[in-house]
Design a protein around this ligand. Structure first.
Ligand SMILES: C[S@@+](CC[C@H](N)C(=O)[O-])C[C@H]1O[C@@H](n2cnc3c(N)ncnc32)[C@H](O)[C@@H]1O
Ligand SMILES: *[C@@H]1O[C@H](CO)[C@@H](O)[C@H](O)[C@H]1NC(C)=O
Ligand SMILES: *[C@@H]1O[C@H](CO)[C@@H](O)[C@H](O)[C@H]1NC(C)=O
Length: 251
C-alpha cells in the first residue's frame, strides 16, 4: 500500500521534468533543423562567388569540342538557316530595332557607338542596329554570315581589349563557361562601355542551352568590372529579362 502510493506520486513528477527538458532543448533542435534542412542557396544568395543555385551548368558535355559540335549542329542546319534568313528575318528585325531604339532613348546606345552582337547567328540583331542608325555594328558567332556576322567563340573573342562601346547578347544561356563569357565582354568593352543581355529567368531556355539562370544575382557577381544599370522585363523571343551593365572607368 505504501509502495504503490509512492509510484503514483512520482509519475507526474517525471513527466513534468521530461516536458521541461523538451521545452528547454527546443531552441537547439530548431537550430539543428535550420542548418541541416534549409536550401544551401539561402547561405550563398548574397555571396560574391558567381556560382550558386541560381546559375547551374548543365551536365552532359563530355568535352569542349562536344559542346561546340552541338552548337554548330543547329546553327549549320541548312533548313533552319533558310528560315532564319527569310521568314524570320522580317519578323524579328523590327522587334530588335524597338529594343535598340529604347536603349538609345535611355542613352545606353548612340548612333556613334561601335557595337557588337555576341552569338548573332545570321545577324538579325546587327541589321536592326544598322537600321536604327548604329552603322558601326557587327555580329560574332561560331558560324560567320558575312558581312553582318564574323566568326568567333564568345569564350575567346577575336577582338582587342577596349574595342566596343556597346555589346548586346541574348545567348548567355549558351555559355558553357559563364565567367569566361562575361570576362570576354568586359575585356573587349571600352571603359564606360555598355553591355545589354536578354536572359530567361522565369522559363527555361532551349535544349541547346549550356546553363540555367534563375535570378540576376549570379550575373551581377560575374560582371566584376561593371555596375548594374537596370533590370527590366522584356518580351524577346522567349527571353523575359533585360539586364544592362556599364563597365567601370578604371581597370
Ligand atoms: C539561340 S541562338 C541566338 C541567335 C541570335 N542571337 C538571335 O536572336 O537570332 C544561339 C547562337 O549562339 C551561337 N553560339 C553558341 N555557342 C557559341 C560560342 N561558344 N561562341 C559564339 N557563338 C556561340 C550559336 O551558334 C547560335 O547562333
Ligand atoms: C548532329 O545532328 C545530326 C542529325 O542532324 C545527328 O545525327 C548528330 O548526332 C548530331 N551531332 C551532335 C554532336 O549533336
Ligand atoms: C587585355 O585585358 C586582359 C584582361 O582584361 C589583360 O590580362 C591583358 O593583359 C590585356 N592585354 C593587353 C594587350 O593590354
Amino acid at each position: 500500500m505504501h509502495v504503490g502510493m509512492n509510484i503514483t506520486l512520482t509519475k507526474p513528477f517525471i513527466l513534468r521534468y521530461f516536458l521541461l527538458s523538451l521545452i528547454l532543448s527546443l531552441p537547439f533542435f530548431l537550430f539543428l533543423f535550420l542548418h541541416l534542412f534549409s536550401p544551401p542557396q539561402q547561405y550563398h544568395r548574397y555571396a560574391t562567388t558567381p556560382y550558386n543555385n541560381n546559375l547551374r551548368i548543365r551536365p552532359g558535355y563530355s568535352s569542349y569540342d562536344a559542346y561546340i559540335q552541338r552548337q554548330l549542329n543547329k546553327t549549320l542546319n541548312p533548313r533552319l538557316r533558310k528560315i532564319w534568313t527569310t521568314r524570320d528575318w522580317n519578323r524579328k528585325i523590327p522587334v530588335f530595332a524597338r529594343f535598340f531604339e529604347d536603349l538609345k532613348g535611355k542613352k545606353l546606345l548612340h548612333t556613334s557607338s561601335k557595337a557588337l552582337c555576341v552569338g548573332a547567328r545570321v545577324g538579325q540583331e546587327v541589321e536592326a542596329l544598322r537600321r536604327v542608325g548604329v552603322s558601326d555594328s557587327v555580329g560574332m558567332d561560331l558560324v560567320p554570315y558575312p558581312p553582318l556576322v564574323v566568326h568567333g567563340d564568345f569564350h575567346d573573342q577575336p577582338f582587342e581589349n577596349s574595342t566596343f562601346d556597346f555589346e548586346f547578347s541574348n545567348v548567355f544561356d549558351h555559355a558553357l563557361y559563364p565567367e569566361r563569357f562575361v570576362a570576354e565582354i568586359e575585356r573587349t568593352l571600352k571603359p564606360h562601355g555598355v553591355c545589354v543581355l536578354h536572359v530567361a529567368l522565369a522559363r527555361r531556355a532551349d535544349k541547346y542551352s549550356a546553363n540555367d539562370l534563375y535570378s540576376v544575382e549570379p550575373l551581377v557577381g560575374l560582371f566584376k568590372r561593371s555596375v548594374l544599370v537596370h533590370v527590366r522585363g522584356v518580351n524577346g523571343f522567349g527571353l523575359d529579362t533585360e539586364v544592362a551593365f556599364r563597365k567601370n572607368t578604371s581597370r
